[in-house]
Design a protein around this ligand. Sequence first.
Ligand code: DP6
Length: 328
Amino acid sequence: MTAIATAQSCANIAFVKYWGRRDDALRLPLNASISMNLDAATTTTTVAFDPALAADEVTIHGAEDGGGAARRVSEHLDRVRALAGIATRARVASRNSFPMGAGIASSASAFAALTAAACAAAGVELDERALSILARQGSGSACRSIPTGFVEWHAADTSAGSYAESIAPPGHWDLRDLIAIVQTAHKTVGSSKGNALVSTSPFAAARLAEAERALPAIRRAILARDFAAFGEETEQEAIRMHAVAMTSRPSLLYWSPETVRLMHAIRAWRDEGLPAYFTIDAGANVHVLCEGAHAGAIGARLRAEPGVGDVIANRPGPGTRLLDGHLF
Ligand code: DP6
């Protein structure tokens, strides 16, 4: 058994969103979702099981976390310990290449990398599907960061049926996600909480039906590299997710004034003939989707917009992989 291992995972951006669960404990989603791994937004995580430790030690970005994040990491390590048949505590260090908790799926890359590193360190050998199922229980969207490229997460009533798999490799389509950072502070209501409030929205059932209709259309558009069809459906789906969030009780409003300003700007650019669409996760930052040919022009326009602090330019990214070097 190797006692130490390191894994790296990309965050992912969902085109059909995971928003609402049929089972909270197992994190089984209401609807299937589709995403793309983001090659410039990664989490690297080292896990070492050490018999000398009395408790798990979790360091995120150099700072020790004794709070909520560390508890969630420990609970996930318990799942791996149960599979390995060990009780040994672990030292965990994790580093992101992007700001945490700002609407980039930091829990997705974090729990995908944690799953792969912890399994490797504990000597638990799982195939991609089993890793995806395990990552899902840590954070739903994390299951989509295990496979490569463009990914679909199946909805099912059983844990074994709800895993993610690749529908196309990164090289299939030169789609870009330019993330316009308008907020780097931790959002006030995390997606775990938002996911749990879905049933309180009067629009939940309508949005679910629309997500189920949109999914095959978005899958087809990705496979056919049909940017206009892809963008139209993806933008509408994001707005539907936020309509549910806004009409939940309590109401969740993730958009800042800069978010709305960018939504208008992107639509105006489109009217001028510059093909770009937006999607937004549970935060204020705007993910601007375009093809490689227009990424330079759109990136320059985004950087010139007031309120945009940084732009993280992503291409389709790889799946979770083990690295040779460790963080400690
Ligand atoms: C808006 O995966 O963060 O990003 O399962 O509670 O950890 P938990 O939720 P999480 O939710 C992600 C929500 C989303 C949409 C998506 O990525 O599909």
